[in-house]
Design a protein around this ligand. Sequence first.
Ligand code: SAH
Ligand code: SF4
Length: 408
Amino acid sequence: MIDPALPQTEPAPVRAEPRQGARPTLVGLSRDRLTAFLEEAGVPEKERRMRLSQLWHWIYVRGAAEFGDMTNVARQLQAQLAEHASLDRPEIVREQVSADGTRKWVLRMPPRGLGDRGAEVECVYIPERDRGTLCVSSQVGCTLNCSFCHTGTQRLVRNLEAWEIVAQVMVARDRLGDYPGKSPPQGAFVPHDGGRFVSNIVFMGMGEPLYNYANVREAIGILTDPQGLQLSRRKVTVSTSGVVPDIGPLGAETSAMLAISLHATNDGLRDELVPINRKYPIAELLEACRTYPGVSNARRITFEYVMLKGVNDSLSEARVLVRMLRGIHAKINLIPFNPWPGTQYECSDWAQIERFSEVIFDAGYASPIRTPRGRDILAACGQLKSDTEKMRARARLMLEEQLALGTE
Ligand code: SAH
Ligand code: SF4
């Protein structure tokens, strides 16, 4: 279903059975939703606070997959909880491991009604020596149609609920053995610094996070809860194509780090590459960045700039870019374009990317070039698109070929 004006949904009302039929899972729920569940499951009010902190600990600190694992919860209560709910994760449709250690999971969310076979989303784990970054999706597909992005060509679009965003982190931690007393699978590439295997979260998977702001905000609250998943707010980055009205609230309400998909230095080109620019042009976007709550020299805004050969990669554009960002605490991240079948763009030549980067560096900005990771498993930025969608596209293509043959 295409819904071009996908509403910025409020999170589902606080209740505990988001789906019909199967027992709802408690994995990914907020404290408020878990409390509502305990009430519905008949746990007496005076016990609820204590039970909530037990559940919270078992789910988010220990990664419990069964109520039976919760050793300090009485057996009778374990049975009572199991009668009403599960600790299920989304189904892992596929796990792919790249030669460089990057991992991609295709996850299927539980069906939400008759005829729904369950939306598929992708998340990608990028291990480095001193950090493990999980790139999560905030929507199934994206309505924004940036001309160089594969996700934007996907037709099936819906917002993910907060629990579905958190569940991506839970699956990654399950698969990496990122819980006390567990260890990573044989040969897995994980950080060597003694810290958590999933230490950073970037909202750079499928979807525009600020078109699903309320659920993203709720998910960030769960991910950064100091008694639960305990991620640092400075290690959660939300990337937006520029939904200006929600940028200020994002900073004020979540303290997340901000990344802006800039990609062009003038409105004419940006209108074409990132069409939301027609609604919120560059000047408005930069003003929202200047006033982003909590921004400082130590907490800079990342400006992402995809390198498209002959389109936005001239050295004069590099010079305009640094001028434009004057007065903003910024860093610039150059992303080599990741091609996908059918795209009209090419990645800039490596030498040109380096020259572009030098101009930025000489102007005093750090300008790391994002190393493409996981290209062999189509896990790189902008390449994520659900498998169901790819299969449908293949089926359409085959049908078209058959029809063409039939008319010859
Ligand atoms: N919708 C959000 C976040 C998801 S996209 C946004 O647009 O910011 C994450 C990043 O990948 C964005 O900077 C996006 O512009 C970039 N991107 C999309 N397609 C790409 C591609 N084919 N190659 C390289 N980067 C791409
Ligand atoms: Fe959507 Fe971001 Fe892709 Fe644009 S770049 S289509 S906003 S996911």
